[in-house]
Design a protein. Sequence first.
Length: 143
Amino acid sequence: MSDSDLMKLYSQRILALAADMPLTEPLPAPDMQAEARAPLCGSTIKVQLAVQDGRITGYAQEVHACALGQASASVFGARVIGCTRAQVAQLRDELEAMLKGGPVPAAPFGDYEVLTAARDYPNRHASILLPPTAVLKAWPDPS
């Protein structure tokens, strides 16, 4: 990867998101928790969830990832409270599609637009997908 490619990929906005990650304090009594790892780069995330009436009411994340994974966790953490499992699954599908050239995920996750520059770097996609992947791992599908 050339220096200009790195500059394009790691924009100021991505770096600012990575530096301002929300919801990093552990939950006192999580209902669910899981860890996910991106095999190519080794990025990891541990998540804790509190769920009431089918919606996320509490969320905590411990992220050890590149700036792209951190930016993804920042966007996710800022919008995940109130989401249902179905909405998180939809986000994961939309985010994966966006990274393959599709549209940016629907509201409230439109801020993922900042990561469209990562489309050309498939080895980074798993790190970006870590937050919703970990939540879905923690929160089994009831069907």
